[in-house]
Design a protein around this ligand. Sequence first.
Ligand SMILES: [Zn+2]
Length: 86
Amino acid sequence: MTKYANKTCYKCGIILPQPEMNQIQISEDAGHSTSIFGNTNKKAWGGVRFYTRKKNVWVRKKCNGSTSLGIIGLILFFTIILLFFI
Ligand SMILES: [Zn+2]
């Protein structure tokens, strides 16, 4: 039996085996760099360039995102707390 590697969902942080996940590509802000490419023959924007870079992340196939899951968790948490005081 093959054991799959666990992947962390980019949106909600849930860790599941790879078959439960989809890999997607996002652009993330990589900040700026100063003359990293060091090509002085070409015109540069004052030697500072801003750019984004592509990044592969894993997202759960039935992911609801972190917001709804967080709210449901919060409601459940307070419901359980309340039940102790009734
Ligand atoms: Zn998720």
